[in-house]
Design a protein. Structure first.
Length: 395
């Protein structure tokens, strides 16, 4: 340091004192009080001990199963916040069609709710119906540019969309579109975009940040974005049931990842669904929100049901599909869902089916695979639907 032309060199003692003060300041900053870490409250474990799930079958004091399901659905609807109002009419129009091997693919538009007119793919098998119907529910993947195109090979679209869909099918579905595969084998298939995906995305572009903001804004107007998705899936099922090509008594649903979540949620909430397949989405709240191996994704805006968790955990909800057919598939190397939690969920759901003498309607598989739905799982899905929905299928 220079002062008045004289060079001053700090003493070793002064230098040491300065470094010590800096270290103390740094330590004080590190030790500053806080109550949040890794986006979770430090009292997370205490909160989880308060989740006793009193509405679960076996925990509830309701002993009549049908009454329990009715009461549980009512409680869920209340906690999920109000659903969107129904459209006065579907007013469906076919925009474009393409003949494929064993079925015809239609691009349609219809009024899904009072607020939303949506595009969708409707696949109709060759031959004389009515046919069993499947609601094909797309995944999340933090990939918003396509939705229904993840389940049905698109046509009449820009090359960018087609290439996007083909790459996605290659990544998660072993190059085979689930919707097309089922349609070729005798099922009417309906697939729409969930809000935030595909043609229903943000004008500014959809990403995880937008998803968080949209979810928060929905809460400000008294709605739950995740629940809104389930409500719309229920309305899409009601629409599928009205089509002359479809047998309303033989409806099912299928999906991977978020689509798997949507599948068992739909089966739990809609009495129209008689068989459902959910791939790579099943866990407990405890495992999802865990300091060691939790997903740490803010609870997941696409599967956050708010107050429902004060009454039911994820497997308890899925068990509401009973006694209708339910198949769950998960992967041993799936990094999103820990096998021990998956097995715990399987046990919970299995006990419910056993209590109703419906064990033959429940299948669960923990396979040597990751977060994906390869052709082998799609074949198992078809076999499951053939068994429970399509008595005319070749066994």
């Amino acid at each position: 340091m220079v002062a008045g032309g004289i060079l001053f060199i700090p003493s070793a003692t002064a230098y040491a004192e300065k470094k010590s003060a800096q270290a103390e300041k740094s330590m004080a900053q590190k030790e500053r009080k806080h109550e949040l870490m890794r986006d979770m409250p430090l009292f997370l474990d205490s909160l989880k001990t308060e989740l006793s799930y009193p509405m679960a079958w076996g925990n509830s004091d309701i002993t009549d199963f049908d009454q329990w399901k009715e009461t549980a659905r009512a409680r869920m609807t209340e906690e999920m916040l109000p659903p969107p109002p129904k459209a006065e009419s579907y007013d469906m129009v076919i925009v474009e069609s393409e003949k494929r091997d064993g079925y015809t693919a239609h691009k349609i538009e219809f009024n899904l709710t009072k607020y939303s007119r949506v595009g969708a793919y409707l696949l109709v098998p060759d031959g004389e119906g009515p046919f069993p119907g499947i609601v094909a529910l797309h995944d999340h993947g933090a990939h918003y540019t396509i939705g229904k195109e993840k389940m049905v090979r698109p046509f009449g679209v820009d090359k960018e969309i087609l290439d996007d869909a083909l790459a996605w099918a290659d990544n998660l579905y072993e190059q085979q579109f689930v919707g097309d595969y089922l349609a070729k084998n005798g099922y009417v298939v309906l697939s729409t975009d969930a809000l935030m995906w595909g043609e229903r995305g943000c004008k500014e572009g959809s990403d995880n940040t937008h998803l968080a903001s949209v979810a928060g804004n929905f809460l400000l107007v008294g709605r739950n974005l995740s629940a809104w998705m389930t409500y719309e899936d229920m309305l899409a099922t009601e629409f599928l049931a009205t089509l002359p090509e479809t047998d309303p008594e033989r409806l099912g649903c299928v999906g991977l990842s978020m689509g798997g979540y949507r599948s068992w949620m739909l089966a739990a909430m809609s009495p129209l669904i008689k068989a459902s397949v959910a791939v790579c989405w099943m866990t407990t709240t405890d495992a999802m929100m865990h300091w060691t191996y939790g997903r740490h994704e803010r609870g997941g805006y696409a599967n956050n049901l708010g107050g429902v968790h004060n009454y039911l955990d994820y497997p308890h909800i899925a068990s509401m599909a009973c006694p209708n057919a339910l198949m769950l598939v998960n992967g041993e190397t799936d990094k999103l869902f820990k096998p021990h939690a998956v097995k715990e969920c399987y046990d919970i759901i299995r006990r419910v089916y056993e209590s109703r003498d419906a064990s033959d309607k429940f299948e669960c598989h923990l396979l040597s695979q990751g977060h994906e739905m390869p052709k082998t799982v799609q074949k198992s899905t078809l076999d499951f639907f053939d068994k429970h929905l399509n008595s005319n299928a070749k066994q």
